[in-house]
Ligand binder design. Structure first.
Ligand code: AHR
Length: 502
């Protein structure tokens, strides 16, 4: 049996976690919106055409914020197409995803959905084919009470109170040559900063996110971040990070992908702090990791669809079917975000429904949870409060892309209000169980509330409609006192919830 150790001390605090770290993303892409969250002809549809079965599954995730409407889609989007009487909304070619956009759902419908899903909108503006004026107009439509052209337009469209959207993304992946209106770092940095300043004149209370690199393999990374921050440092609150993780070689290596995320975050923090020093600025730039997930199963299929199929409405694109091992990788990525929660203040699991998503639907049929649903839900429910800085020790292994990979990936979150500490842990070993020794003496008394585990499945097992085989169970764990051992099954995700006396 492998051995590992965690010393969890209540005074070793990393950060108060911003709950927006459990954000997600809905793009007008594939079946995320149409036949995902919205399907008026579905048996579960409510009076607004939203699928209640999807709303229920989303509600259980307690997602505090959802990025919208893209993604690549936003870089050629006219938000005005999606407001006003639905019958007179234009059908447009969505060039990003070779799809016909009917515009049945736009800002007002999405805002209504967010209310029902008990979440907030994180709005992205088009800085690809459009610019400062259109971004300000959309902000005016959303956040100004009334008495101006666009705020009155919203009122005329039946929405009296402003939406008060707090968080705004200044474009999407503008470093990517695939992006409509792709820009150099200089071009984007200037535009983003001028847009930020103008938007703040409309509403000074908003928070703004400028685009970082689309991933850490972009040829312009990390110089892109440096140039963009040179321009935007004073006027934005966040720089974005995006990265999707794939099985490049074998399972051992795949399970170590969080090390790549860790390295990426550390580099972006260094770039932020370099610009901070250069500008002699007292301000600390924060990170919005607003696209992250596992994504590789559907890539080839989508390539074929995009090349060969005629234009269609809501084609099934980017629909990864997630395996049990994908859930373990997603769990290690979530832990890594929490381990950087002093700088990663927001993050979005990309995406939420049908498109590389925890929730899947059949058109006219079932909705179900994919394997990755579980670690996301557990962290979102129990990972709120103070991220602690546990001292850990674990045996390590080497893979072909990674060396010194700890078998144990873990973190701990203290919720002082509830008097609870939750340990989140993945045992990366595919062969051996692990005995995790925990030292929590600084908390005085400790009692186990429950040990939830996701374990014992074939690495390639998947959940299917009406057949969710991957689901958590309660582990038979007993603890005695504030120093205790917990068995972590091989290839497992573990949520160890403890009542503490202090
Ligand atoms: O989430 C899917 C796509 O991935 C988004 O549209 C884009 O921003 C990223 O490349």
């Amino acid at each position: 049996m492998l051995k590992s150790k965690m010393v969890i001390d209540k005074s070793y605090k990393l950060a108060e976690i911003d709950e927006r770290i459990y954000g997600s993303f809905i793009e007008h892409l594939g079946r995320a919106v149409y036949t995902g969250i919205y399907e008026p002809s579905h048996a579960s549809a409510d009076e607004d055409g939203f699928r209640r079965d999807v709303l229920d599954l989303v509600a259980d995730l307690r997602v505090p914020i959802v990025r919208y409407p893209g993604g690549n889609f936003v870089s050629n989007y006219n938000w005005e197409d999606g407001v006003g009487p639905v019958a007179s909304r234009p059908r447009r070619l969505d060039l990003a995803w070779r799809t016909i956009e009917t515009n049945e759902v736009g800002v007002d419908e999405f805002a209504r959905w967010c209310k029902k899903a008990n979440t907030e909108m994180m709005m992205a503006v088009n800085l690809g084919t459009r610019g400062i004026t259109e971004a300000c107009n959309l902000l005016e439509y959303c956040n100004v009470h009334s008495g101006s052209f666009y705020s009155d337009m919203r009122v005329k469209n039946g929405v009296q109170s402003p939406y008060d959207v707090k968080t705004w993304c200044l474009g999407n992946e503008m470093d990517g040559p695939w992006q409509l209106g792709h820009k150099t770092a200089e071009e984007y940095g200037r535009l983003a900063n001028e847009t930020a300043k103008a938007m703040r004149q409309v509403d000074p209370s908003i928070q703004l996110v400028s685009c970082g690199s689309s991933n850490s393999e972009m040829p312009t990374y990390p110089a892109w971040e440096a140039t963009v921050l040179e321009h935007t440092y004073d006027d934005v609150d966040f720089i974005s990070m995006h990265q999707y993780y794939a099985k490049r070689t074998d399972s051992k290596d795949f399970l170590a992908e969080a090390l790549r995320m860790d390295d990426f975050i550390k580099t972006v923090i260094s770039v932020c702090d370099f610009i901070k020093a250069k500008k002699r600025s007292p301000k600390k730039m924060m990170i919005s990791f607003d696209e992250w997930n596992v994504w590789y199963h559907s890539l080839q299929k989508d390539d074929d669809i995009m090349k060969n199929k005629p234009w269609g409405i809501a084609p099934p694109l980017v629909e990864d079917t997630y395996t049990f091992e994908d859930a373990l990788v997603a769990a290690t990525l979530l832990i890594t975000l929490i381990k950087h929660s002093d700088r990663v203040r927001m993050a979005c699991l990309a995406q939420l429904v049908n498109v590389i998503a925890p929730v899947m639907t059949e058109k006219g049929g079932a909705a179900w949870r994919q394997s990755i649903y579980w670690p996301f839900m557990h962290m979102s429910l129990y990972g709120r409060g103070t991220a602690l800085n546990p001292v850990t020790a674990s045996d390590k292994y080497d893979g072909s892309n990674f060396t010194d990979v700890p078998y144990l990936e873990s973190t701990a979150v203290y919720n002082a209000e509830k008097g609870e500490v939750t340990i989140f842990a993945v045992n990366r070993s595919l062969e051996e169980d692990m005995l995790l020794g925990c030292d929590m003496r600084s908390f005085g008394k400790c009692a186990l509330i429950e040990h939830i585990e996701l374990a014992g499945f074939d690495l390639n097992a998947v959940n299917l409609p009406n057949n969710e085989i991957i689901k958590p169970r309660s582990a038979d764990t007993k603890i005695n006192g504030a120093e205790f051992d917990v068995k972590l099954a091989k290839a497992s995700w573990n949520v160890i919830r403890l009542k503490v006396s202090d």
